[in-house]
Write a protein that binds this ligand. Structure first.
Ligand SMILES: [Zn+2]
Length: 350
């Protein structure tokens, strides 16, 4: 990586009318932040976009939380209603007088200030550390399965890439009664981990063609338009952003005249040029769609994820595999970048 991240002490501004100041318990360390770290920028940025904490102060227009409340910080507007205003960019002034900003929120900090639309109540019975990953990883992965794709009971699912987001997708597929649930990754360790977190079959893409393997694993009744036997999954998720060329052909070929959905979802930030056979999309009525934050409305969906956690389906306690202090942020980023995080790591603040 380039320059290491720098920890600065700053004065948080007084909250504006829609602002909430949060003393933070914990923050997730998200893969998308690596993209942001490596992207060209005109000025400094503050990073992190999923956390938990306790409200310290609120602006005059904030009514859904107050000082002392426990909350999630996330990066999608909390309400099911589209926001009627665009929040100001989060910004802090550094010791040399320059500004560091974030497009939405920032959570790699022991305190943060954020627009109220990104602040969601955290239930009293919830742990305050492992729940920090709900605000991005869980929302993105589980939401893609539950909301964007609308996975249904009995449908077959393939998840490409089983880091924090992919593991959350697997948990959601299990919660919704899907099966088989196929995890695809290059790492045997990550596949073993995935098999303990909702996957029913692991496919190591470094040892076989995962598309061919998925079709072997999912024979179906009937013949398609061209008279070929049918196989493939109903839903496939690219959680790494580099598997579009695999998720679409992993979907089932369509039984002639049958009315059945098949959806490939781009969840990770794309890192490869698109390579999709549009004839395949046409002939088999395959859908290809993107998913931003799992199409979640946090106030509607976080309680669902918390229920899955209480039921033991969404095992946040083991999905969080490493913990770092804020002054270890560069170690945390390096570990993520070099594939040493089996699930998700978090920063824990004093
Ligand atoms: Zn994220």
């Amino acid at each position: 990586m380039g320059q290491p991240l720098r920890i600065e002490s700053v004065e948080l501004p007084d909250p504006g009318p829609f602002d909430v100041v949060v003393r933070q318990y914990a923050s997730g360390v998200c893969h998308s932040q690596l993209h942001e770290i490596h992207s060209p920028r005109a000025s400094d940025v503050v990073l992190g976009h999923e956390s938990t904490g306790e409200v310290v102060a609120v602006g005059a227009e904030v009514s859904h939380v107050g000082p002392g409340d426990r909350v999630f910080v996330t990066w999608l507007p909390r309400s099911t209603q589209p926001p009627d205003r665009r929040p100001a960019m989060a910004q802090v002034v550094q010791s040399d007088g320059s500004a560091a900003s974030s497009l939405g929120v920032f959570t790699w900090a022991d305190h943060t200030i954020a627009d109220e639309m990104f602040i969601v109540p955290l239930p009293d019975d919830a742990p305050t550390d492992v729940t920090a990953i709900i605000g991005c990883a869980v929302m993105t992965g589980a939401g893609a399965v539950m909301n964007t794709a609308g996975v249904t009971s009995g449908s077959s699912v393939a998840v490409f890439g089983v880091g924090g987001v992919g593991l959350s997708a697997l948990a959601a597929a299990q919660a919704l009664g899907a099966g088989p649930i196929i995890a695809v990754d290059l790492s045997e360790d990550k596949l073993d981990f995935a098999l303990r977190h909702g996957a029913t079959i692991g496919v190591n893409a470094s040892k076989c063609d995962p598309v061919a393997r998925i079709h072997e694993l999912t024979p179906r009744d009937g013949l398609d338009l061209m008279g070929a036997p049918c196989s493939g999954v109903d839903f496939a998720f690219d959680c790494i952003g580099a598997a579009v060329a695999q998720v679409v052909p992993s979907l089932r070929n369509k039984r002639w005249a049958a009315d059945e959905r098949a959806v490939a979802v781009l969840v990770g930030i794309p890192t490869a040029a698109p390579d999709v056979d549009i004839g395949d999309l046409l002939m088999h009525e395959k859908h290809l769609t993107g998913s931003i934050g799992g199409t979640c409305h946090p106030e509607r969906d976080f309680p669902v994820f918390m229920d899955w956690y209480r039921q033991g389906i969404l095992d946040l306690d083991s999905l969080v595999t490493q913990r770092f202090a804020l002054d270890e942020i560069n170690e945390a980023v390096d570990a993520l970048e070099n594939g040493r995080i089996a699930g998700r790591s978090i920063l824990v603040f004093d």
